[in-house]
Design a protein around this ligand. Structure first.
Ligand code: ZN
Length: 404
């Protein structure tokens, strides 16, 4: 459960901006925005999804910075009332929708900050998933570095030694006498190299990054969606609270992530599958079968590096022209831009109907309600960002200055 996991971490002063007020789009606005998101997914060539604790609250696992989040309550000397064990939790509608979208080849990659293992348990294969802060249902060998799936959640956090030995030989690899440790990062641990490298490459190659249930405050995870923007792609943020990068988003959806995914899947004509234990590798009694190997193959990183060189390097040269054209609809009026414009008009008329003078545009053309309150909050987040990050540039050696 999240609070025992939180209790297992070392003490850390700065937990980020906590408990910001939640905001909800009206039913009609939500419908229009989800429709637009579905169209963008349909038209994109490489979609990457970034997930945070907000997608697991429906499974009974508390988030960290929400209004009832672990860190928000900790500040008040309280503990979350909602608390299910990681072994009891099952993947939510959002997890299952993402699995389906991967199968339907609409999404290429998921980058998760969650340690609850619910993406793995939804049946997603390793090549489609990076877990930047670890996974309670995986363990790693201290000698050969291979990772394996566990049948039950690890009892420790912070890469501590477990009472198990390396399964490399049993799973068809070289004999190894290494001991296993949990994969959950503590505050100052480096992020796992292979997961971070793949996340970096996919985020850069993506022409659409969708953030689900995260305030994007943790670095480097929270900055990865900006790589998509850097190379001319779109950024969509789906969250109840304001996030650190709202000003840079092409679309912000303020709603419950499960409701958003249900609407998007409906528009795409895809059904969300139910979670079944047969698709959950943590429920597989054979711990030495090939499927229990959770190591990222180096060949996967090589493939992605080649794709990055093919897609992003030429774009770096053309970037200035490209960005200029994207900002000038009279030069390059794409179908999606036309749709976005039409939708904004529809949302504007809808919100005028329901909330009259509460609606305003931000500098990034997003329609938001209660502008004064939101702007104040966004400023808090921005101020925080500069104080947290200083002048640090993202690289693979960055420590997890802000975790979980
Ligand atoms: Zn080993």
């Amino acid at each position: 459960m999240s609070s025992s996991y939180a209790d297992g971490l070392s003490p850390y002063e700065n937990k980020g901006v906590l408990g910001l007020e939640e905001r909800y789009d009206s039913v009609e606005t939500l419908r229009l925005k989800c429709g637009l998101l579905a169209d963008w997914i349909q038209g994109a060539r490489h979609v990457v999804v970034h997930t945070g604790a907000g997608i697991s609250t429906a499974a009974g696992i508390p988030d960290f910075r929400g209004t009832n989040g672990v860190w928000t309550l900790e500040q008040k000397g309280l503990k979350p009332s909602m608390n299910i064990s990681f072994d009891e939790a099952i993947p939510t509608k959002t997890h299952m929708a993402l699995k389906k979208l991967i199968e339907a080849k609409k999404i290429k990659f998921i980058i998760s900050q969650n340690i609850d293992g619910l993406h793995l348990r939804s049946g997603i294969s390793r090549q489609h998933l990076a877990e930047l802060h670890g996974n309670m249902f995986t363990e790693q060998c201290d000698k050969c570095g291979r990772q394996f799936i566990r049948n039950f959640a690890a009892k420790s956090v912070g890469k501590k030694s477990l009472d198990t030995v390396c399964r490399s030989e049993q799973i068809g690899g070289r004999p190894c006498r290494g001991r296993m440790h949990d994969t959950i990062l503590d505050w100052e641990h480096n992020l796992p190299d292979s997961d971070l490298t793949l996340s970096d490459l996919h985020s850069s190659v993506a022409d659409l990054s969708i953030c689900l249930g995260t305030t994007l405050q943790i670095i480097p995870s929270g900055n990865l969606p900006l790589y998509t923007k850097k190379y001319g792609g779109r950024l969509v943020i789906c969250n109840l609270q304001p996030t650190k990068h709202d000003k840079k988003a092409d679309l912000i959806i303020n709603g419950n992530v499960d409701e958003i995914m249900v609407a998007v899947m409906k528009k795409l004509g895809l059904e969300i599958p139910e979670h079944e234990s047969t698709m959950d590798p943590t429920r597989n009694p054979d711990t030495t079968c090939k499927e229990m190997d959770w190591t990222i193959p180096t060949s996967r990183i090589k493939e992605m590096n080649m794709l990055y060189k093919k897609v992003c390097k030429p774009m770096r040269r053309k970037r200035k022209t490209f960005m200029y054209e994207r900002e000038r609809p009279d030069i390059r009026e794409t179908k999606a831009r036309k749709q976005a414009f039409t939708m904004k008009q529809e949302i504007k008329s809808e919100d005028n109907k329901t909330t009259s003078n509460e609606v305003c545009k931000t500098g990034n053309d997003h329609m938001i309600k209660n502008p004064v309150k939101i702007e104040d909050k966004v400023e808090d987040v921005e101020t925080y960002r500069y104080s947290m990050e200083g002048t640090t540039e993202h690289n693979t050696d960055l420590q997890m200055n802000q975790t979980m």
